[in-house]
Design a protein around this ligand. Structure first.
Ligand SMILES: [Zn+2]
Length: 138
């Protein structure tokens, strides 16, 4: 019988970066799989329509899986949708099939906020708030 994998303990809390954030509750080793980015599987055409609405509200929910699919975390999303973007993040995303994994880019200490680079490919109309003075648009 397969043993269910154990994932690091994480928690949603208010973030200094933006709105909600997700924080490590225990040390996480580099490259450890932390959580999947869940969301409804939709095609790019549908994603474009929804993103227009989301971006008007300053929100980013749609995560590109591949050339065919996008996951919309506004529908059926899990805690991963609250992980903030950062230009120098401590996590990275990895797509395996239609599953998006958030993994540790380095050793992370308990209490650190988790971040990854969204690599957005849209209209870049949201100001990045990952650190004071960041000029990137998402
Ligand atoms: Zn930034």
């Amino acid at each position: 019988m397969a043993v269910a994998p154990v994932f690091p303990k994480i928690i949603r809390r208010r973030s200094k970066l933006h709105g909600w954030g997700v924080f490590a509750r225990e040390p996480i080793n580099k490259n450890k799989r932390i959580v999947t980015y869940d969301g409804e599987l939709i095609d790019h055409k549908e994603s474009y329509t929804r993103e227009t609405t989301y971006l008007d509200r300053g929100e980013i929910w749609c995560f590109t899986v591949n050339r065919r699919w996008v996951r919309d975390a506004h529908v059926g999303g899990n805690v991963a949708r609250f992980i903030n973007h950062a230009c120098k993040p401590n996590c990275y995303s990895e797509v395996v099939g239609k599953t998006i994994w958030i993994r540790a880019a380095r050793n992370i200490e308990a209490g650190e906020e988790l971040t990854y680079d969204y690599h957005t490919d849209g209209d870049h109309i949201i100001q990045c708030r990952c650190r004071p003075g960041c000029t990137r648009m998402l």
